[in-house]
Design a protein around this ligand. Structure first.
Ligand code: FEO
Length: 165
């Protein structure tokens, strides 16, 4: 049985992951509307990945005898002044998710909920990867700026990511 405080934190995290999914979908729509379909498809795949994170928590709560409580998902930001700003937002969002995961790891330790503590280790590793990817793309976008050939090259490269990866 998952302690009540941990259940609440996991349900909040489930909501955060759904919000991340929704935010990346908004980023995908933004790039689609600017005819950068490679960027759009990368963010769409990222959105699917975040949905997967939410579902991992959904499944875990059920397996561990907890209760899933679904809440309203906030509206995501849908417009940006510059392409670079999307990447700044993504990096900041992933750093926020890392903090939030770490706080539940800490809470589960305090509550002696070793099963959840173990379950969350996957998210701890995943966040290292997510932050590294976001930071790498942000740095590359800083280099590219508004250089059209550079943007088109990145668009082609990002478009090679298969959906859901
Ligand atoms: Fe599920 Fe990108 O954090």
């Amino acid at each position: 049985m998952v302690p009540q405080k941990v259940q609440t934190a996991l349900n909040n995290q489930l909501n955060e992951e759904m919000f991340a999914s929704y935010s990346y979908l908004a980023m995908s729509a933004y790039f689609e509307s600017h005819d950068l379909s490679g960027f759009a498809s990368w963010f769409r795949a990222q959105s699917t990945e975040e949905y997967g994170h939410a579902m991992k928590i959904f499944d875990y709560l059920h397996q561990a005898g907890g209760k899933v409580t679904l809440k309203e998902i906030k509206s995501p930001k849908t417009n940006w002044k510059a392409y670079l700003d999307v990447f700044k937002d993504m990096y900041a969002a992933e750093q926020k998710v890392t903090k939030s995961i770490n706080s539940i790891v800490e809470l589960s330790g305090k509550e002696k909920d070793y099963a959840t503590n173990n379950f969350l280790q996957w998210f701890v590793s995943e966040q290292v990867e997510e932050e590294a990817t976001a930071q790498k793309l942000l740095k590359r976008m800083e280099m590219v700026g508004n250089n059209t050939p550079g943007l088109l090259m990145m668009d082609r490269e990002l478009g090679m990511r298969a959906s859901g990866q």
